[in-house]
Design a protein around this ligand. Structure first.
Ligand code: MN
Length: 247
């Protein structure tokens, strides 16, 4: 038996025809599969009964990257640099995050997923680092290849993530323009870029709720050039999901 890991979808449009679709990047799906998990994509628009049925079948939750969370979710008015929100995705992911936090189900947050987890815990975000934290370096390298290692990260010794990711310094990709501002309840920031932006966090008192601002699913590499730290992160996550399934 292998653990089933839910991955919420975003709403998009098919190129050419423009017909609406739900989906997510293959890199998340493949990273979970490579680590031994069974990915299950979850579309939005779930009523309470449907959500409960889905949750009862999940052993873990992967919160992926994507567009900005509606600032109203953390009590702010949007600034112009903030993306048009996807309210149905916010709704689905916040509900799933609340469930996984409460039920001690393993969570891995990536990019938007880290921000979502912080908002789910009552924290706030910088809506745009370049505008609200102008002294920081550029973190939005989405115009270049997704594997571009833009900056190093420093992890708090003895944190779960420093145990998993191993020897520092670790150079990561950076495809974000937002970041955690005020950490929410039980949120502990455990990783920073050289300019002080929050790049990794953990939830106190939860068996496995880790999140990173970079994209390990893009850094995993191929058979000849594997990136051991990012693979180790997915392995640790799937292992935690397997332990949860066994309970
Ligand atoms: Mn960054």
């Amino acid at each position: 038996m292998r653990p089933v890991i839910g991955i919420p979808c975003y709403s998009g449009r098919r190129e050419g025809t423009g017909s609406p679709l739900f989906g997510n990047n293959q890199t998340y799906v493949r990273a979970v599969q490579r680590a031994g998990g069974i990915p299950l994509l979850i579309p939005p628009h779930q009523d309470a009964e449907a959500l409960e049925a889905i949750c009862s079948r999940l052993d873990g939750l992967l919160l992926s990257g994507g567009c900005d969370i509606d600032p109203a979710r953390y009590g702010e008015e949007p600034i112009p640099a903030c993306d048009t929100p996807q309210p149905e995705r916010d709704e689905l992911e916040l509900a799933l995050a609340a469930w996984a936090l409460d039920a001690a189900v393993p969570i891995l947050g990536i990019c938007r997923g880290m921000q979502l987890l912080n908002v789910a815990c009552g924290g706030t975000l910088y809506q745009d680092l370049a505008i609200q934290q102008p002294e920081t370096d550029q973190h939005d390298h989405s115009a270049t290849i997704r594997t571009h290692r833009a900056h190093g990260i420093r992890l708090q010794p003895q944190s779960r993530l420093s145990e998993i990711l191993g020897t520092m310094p670790y150079d990561v990709n950076s495809l974000h323009h937002q970041s955690v501002a005020r950490p929410g309840e039980r949120v502990e920031i455990v990783g920073w870029s050289p300019d002080g932006v929050a790049e990794a966090m953990e939830i106190d008192g939860h068996p496995f709720a880790l999140a990173v601002q970079f994209h390990p699913e893009e850094l995993e590499g191929d058979v000849e050039h594997p990136d051991e730290p990012s693979r180790a992160l997915f392995r640790a996550f799937v292992e935690a999901c397997g332990e949860r399934m066994a309970r």
